[in-house]
Design a protein around this ligand. Sequence first.
Ligand code: NI
Ligand code: MN
Length: 227
Amino acid sequence: MKITFLGHATIHLEIGDSKIIIDPFISGNELASHIDVNTIAVDYILLTHGHQDHVLDVETIAKNNPDALLISNYEIVQWFAEKGINGHPMNHGGKHRLEFGTLKYVNAIHSSVLPDGTYGGNPGGFVINTSSKNIYIAGDTALTMDMKLVPLGSPPLDMCILPIGDNFTMGYEDAAIASDFVQCNTVMGCHYDTFPPITLDMEAAVSHFKSKGKELLLLEIGESIDL
Ligand code: NI
Ligand code: MN
């Protein structure tokens, strides 16, 4: 599995022949000005919730990738269906089998409204189980006891992608506790530095994780890792 950080909460995954983007917010992110949203190739677009900083580039990417399937909760998939985008709706606790593996939509504590004010359903995260690797993408969320359910329903996780920027989501201290709850000590941080209220003290965050025996990966925007 190849994981590429595209800034904010935008993650690109390559799993076998499948290319997946999660929460595309690139054209509105000054820090990601070197990423051209028009060059992004995907088979799937996964959305954790309806906020602008997670859905801004969906229409552009869907237009450039007309066969891509949008996957999110029912309300968000309906909203994009009215714009002609092909989707598969899910809801919390549900699993769906896809060519790259099994996708589960899990609980998050946050809010969710679409850019025009339409109700966006409840926000969520995703657990992806493949034949080789297992990852959890929390989406925007507070630390929640529901995270303890993730490892009960999944083979051991190889990585969790957690928001760490604080203010709108949990900060890095709670993210370290979240990594305990999901039983995964390899954490990739996201949702930091994009806006002034979520500026991260990177050194403090990395050393906090180290002090707990955990690893916090903070990728450059555009950087990839092979899991
Ligand atoms: Ni949000
Ligand atoms: Mn957000």
